[in-house]
Design a binder for this molecule. Structure first.
Ligand code: PNS
Length: 181
């Protein structure tokens, strides 16, 4: 029996994350997705709520459960009795940070491995920060987040965003003055 842990901030969950969860659910006996608090990042939405969105988006995956955790990932993985960590990897920009986490977790977990699943093509340029940015400006995030969570996610990040400071065209804007540069 192989149980794996899929950790992340999932701030918020995207269609790219969902693709990784679905592939994991097909590959392994049990999948535990865990929303982990990364102390280097500021979250405007609590981990419990981010986990609830994932739970709703993955209701069709019967061998997958969702938790949240506020400490070391290694402690969660040990307590879960998992055989490996699985993460998605989009591109070389992800690689250095992921490699650092891989080595740290391998040390902390006595050799337990992290497996990387390459992100599939439609999701390579998708990120949670992109979704937050679009949502904060009131844009449509439905193409980027799993079905059934878009409205709540949009509302959460729209409310979290500071009020827009753009109210009109500046007087000295060259475009407004008709300059062609
Ligand atoms: O989605 P992210 O932000 O890339 O996920 C990173 C995360 C949250 C999985 C990572 O920062 C993490 O595991 N944080 C918990 C603290 C920890 O265990 N740090 C030590 C080695 S990674």
């Amino acid at each position: 029996m192989m149980r794996v842990v899929c950790p992340g901030s999932f701030n918020p969950v995207t269609r790219g994350h969902l693709d990784i969860f679905e592939r994991c659910a097909a590959l392994f006996d049990e999948v535990v997705v865990v929303v982990v608090h990364n102390p280097l990042k500021a979250y405007s939405v609590p981990a419990e709520r981010r986990a609830a969105w994932i739970r709703r988006a993955t209701a069709h995956l019967h061998n997958l459960s969702v938790s949240h955790h506020g400490g070391l990932l290694a402690d969660f993985v040990r307590a879960a009795g998992a055989s490996a960590i699985v993460k998605g990897l989009r591109n070389q920009n992800d690689l250095l940070g992921e490699a650092q986490m891989y080595f740290a977790n391998r040390e902390l977990l006595g050799g337990l491995d992290t497996l990387f699943l390459p992100t599939r093509e439609p999701f390579v340029y998708l990120s949670s920060s992109l979704v937050r940015d679009i949502a904060s400006h009131g844009g449509d995030i439905a193409p980027f987040v799993p079905d059934g969570v878009a409205q709540e996610v949009a509302q959460a990040y729209r409310m979290a965003a500071p009020p827009s400071t753009v109210t009109g065209i500046e007087k000295n804007d060259p475009i407004n003055k008709g300059e062609t540069t």
